[in-house]
Design a protein around this ligand. Structure first.
Ligand code: KG4
Ligand code: ZN
Length: 341
């Protein structure tokens, strides 16, 4: 079984062809980082137009690299939400048109399910597993019980971890996109110089909150001498923020391990763009070992948005016969625990 996967929900136009033996046959990605950098954030209109400009060409490149034609594919999958709706519409309409013209099944993939299932391509993981999904728009703890079957243990009450990193990176002027820029700046910083809070520490449950951290960094900047932020100050604040986010996640995770025990998880998995962070990966691996669970995380380039995850989630769904009709409507919001398979 071979699937074409299309990802256009944010600022990467990505296309991949993957087979059911976990082989990534082709994988292409056009990053829009340079287009959005002047604005310090993703501009939805620019993103949608750029997907439109690049998608056809990437699909052609992927087939070319794979030395395949549409007749060799078993289906076309696209991210159908959640995400920036202009981009999602571009991907979904392209996938529907290709599927219709070539008489192939169409699969409307939930972007979060793409993140959640990628680990089953990169590693051997059986259901159920405990999942920390940390990206630009989401920070959730879930039990992944099967394809389309998710139980949410906790979520962020305000900003996602990635959103916090992105906003603070903009504030500190360390670069765009924010997560990798904070990680790089933190390497030369002193995480102990600035004291930042650990939101929700000691509270019951598995929810998160990150917007207070953003405010705490702003206050710390305001207390510094007036004038442009010095590189050392920016690096120290980046290091303090990275540590605060990681320690907060580890603290909330302690509760999740206890609650998750009832589900008898086979592993603890981390996914989503922020899971590309080396320090976070290290801390999560130690936490999992303390709770006697194997820790699994896809390689960094499969944590950030990509086409492979959409093709793979499509394969997992197609194996169960879960195809979608051509009148499927793209969804800007689409919680994982509402899939209800
Ligand atoms: O999953 P993703 O690529 O897109 C969404 O679905 O949101 O995640 C993007 C988020 C951004 O907030 C980005 O700054 C963050 O992941 N990110 C990182 C790293 N690479 C990407 N955060 C921390 N460290 C990284 N190395
Ligand atoms: Zn994502």
């Amino acid at each position: 079984m071979r699937l074409l996967g299309i990802e256009t929900s944010c600022d990467e136009t990505a296309v991949a062809i993957v087979d059911d033996r976990k082989k990534v046959i082709a994988h292409f990605l056009a990053s829009q980082v340079a287009d959005h950098r002047p604005y310090g954030g993703v501009v939805p209109e620019i993103a949608a137009r750029s997907h439109l400009d690049h998608l056809d060409q990437l699909v052609a490149q992927a087939l070319d690299k794979a030395e395949l034609s549409f007749s060799d594919l078993d289906g076309i999958a696209a991210t159908a939400g959640p995400g920036l709706i202009g981009g999602v519409i571009v991907g979904v309409m392209t996938a529907k048109a290709l599927a219709s013209a070539h008489r192939k099944p169409f699969l409307a993939v939930n972007h979060l399910e793409g993140h959640a299932l990628t680990v089953r391509l990169s590693n051997e993981v059986a259901f159920p597993y405990l999942l920390l999904l940390v990206s630009g728009g989401h920070c959730q703890l879930l039990i992944v019980q099967g394809v389309g079957s998710y139980t949410k243990l906790g979520t962020t009450l305000d900003d996602a971890a990635g959103e916090c990193l992105d906003k603070v990176a903009k504030m500190l002027g360390v670069g765009f996109p924010g997560g990798p820029a904070i990680e790089a700046a933190a390497r030369s910083g002193d995480a102990c110089r600035f004291i930042l809070p650990r939101p929700l520490k000691g509270r019951e449950g598995c929810d998160f909150s990150f917007s207070g951290l953003k405010t705490a960094v702003r206050r710390a900047v305001e207390r510094l001498p007036v004038g442009p932020l010095k590189e050392r100050d920016a690096n120290d604040l980046a290091a303090a923020l990275q540590r605060a986010i990681i320690e907060t996640i580890i603290e909330r995770l302690g509760n999740a391990f206890v609650i998750a025990a009832d589900y008898k998880p086979t592993a603890f998995v981390c996914a989503g763009g922020v899971a590309a962070n080396t320090e976070l990966r290290r801390a999560l691996s130690l936490a999992a070992a303390e709770h006697n669970l194997p820790f699994m995380v896809p390689p960094p380039d499969l944590c950030t948005d990509n086409g492979v995850m959409i093709a793979w989630a499509g394969i997992e769904r197609l194996k169960l016969g879960l195809t979608d009709p051509f009148n499927f409507k793209p969804k800007p919001r689409w919680p994982l625990d509402s899939l209800g398979v």
